[in-house]
Ligand binder design. Structure first.
Ligand code: NAI
Ligand code: 15L
Length: 273
């Protein structure tokens, strides 16, 4: 499914990394419907290319392969990488070396815009009783959050030095529906994800922007007003799922760190050594 009421400007030639993942598979048909060409990449196998698509399997830490990926592209939607808390050595390769390779290849191939899948785990150590904004200090909750903080810093540098625009999407929880009570605040529907990615690709001036990827949920920990220039207007809400999620978790332990901090269960992961 693709939304008909978001910007209809053509998206040009788009590279989608992480195309075999949950969000990549969801965005694939939605971007294909709008892009001149959609190049799909992942280290994992990807469904064969259809009309208007190319498939190039590649590991993000393989610099030469990533350079080939960026060739001839107008913009990148960079979803590829490890998407959960993991030992540092794995995260370094996929998320730190890999994201560096994407930016360096973008510079060499004069690619002008990147939509970077960052994460709410860049600020996971803020509390659930705080409302925070994208310009507040980062408080990553683990290796994964640190790697996304690195990606945001890389994006800042490549804009300041080379003028490559990035929209950093600090995605909350993007799944078919909220899975628990925490996700009533952090949920991003797939339709709103599409709205956010399309807005990030088509806004006339992205500069260096940071926005939380979240739907229009009744309770929220994130104030996106500094990113209104992107033109992202969420249309969905977690409210229809509230009764079921509250019934499944009637009691929360207010002293549990997973309930205190926005990171949720990520604060319990590690150390791995
Ligand atoms: P996912 O784990 O389903 O997909 C990530 C994809 O990246 C996988 O297909 C994987 O094979 C690929 N990948 C991993 N290491 C790689 C490497 N070294 N080289 C090339 N490809 C590699 O994750 P999902 O849910 O689709 O998320 C997409 C992006 O959005 C990720 O960067 C994730 O960190 C971010 N994100 C997702 C959230 C969500 O709620 N789904 C929340 C916050 C951030
Ligand atoms: C993330 O960054 C993860 O990629 C995703 O799997 C969820 O765990 C999400 O954050 C979350 O915080 O719910």
């Amino acid at each position: 499914m693709s939304l008909s009421h978001t910007s209809q400007l053509p998206l040009g030639r788009i590279l989608l990394t992480g195309a075999a993942g949950g969000l990549g598979r969801e965005l694939r048909p939605r971007l294909r419907a709008r892009a001149t060409l959609l190049r799909l990449s992942d280290v994992a196998p990807i469904e064969p290319a259809g009309p208007g698509e190319e498939v190039q399997q590649a590991a993000l830490e393989d610099r030469a392969a990533v350079h080939r990926l960026l060739q001839g592209m107008d913009a990148v939607v960079h979803l590829g990488g490890i998407s959960t808390e993991q030992p540092f050595d794995a995260i370094v390769q996929a998320n730190i070396v890999g994201t560096y390779n994407v930016y360096e290849a973008a510079r060499q191939h004069a690619v002008k815009r990147i939509v970077f899948a960052s994460s709410n785990h860049v600020t996971g150590y803020y509390r659930q009783d705080e409302v925070i904004a994208p310009d507040m200090p980062m408080r990553p909750d683990g290796h994964y959050g640190i790697s996304k903080a690195f990606g945001e810093s890389l994006a800042r540098f490549y804009f300041d030095r080379y003028g490559i625009e990035t929209v950093c999407l600090r995605i909350g929880s993007s799944f078919p529906e909220p899975r628990d009570r925490r996700m009533l605040a952090t949920w991003l529907s797939y339709d709103d994800l599409e709205r956010l990615v399309v807005a990030s690709l088509t806004t006339p001036r992205a500069g260096y922007s940071v926005v939380y990827g979240v739907s229009d949920n009744p309770a929220s920990w994130w104030d996106n007003s500094s990113a209104r220039h992107l033109g992202y207007r969420p249309q969905d809400s977690s409210e229809p799922f509230r009764a079921a999620r509250e019934a499944a978790q009637p009691q929360l332990d207010a002293n549990d760190p997973a309930v205190v901090y926005q990171a949720g269960g990520f604060v319990r992961m590690g150390p791995f050594e």
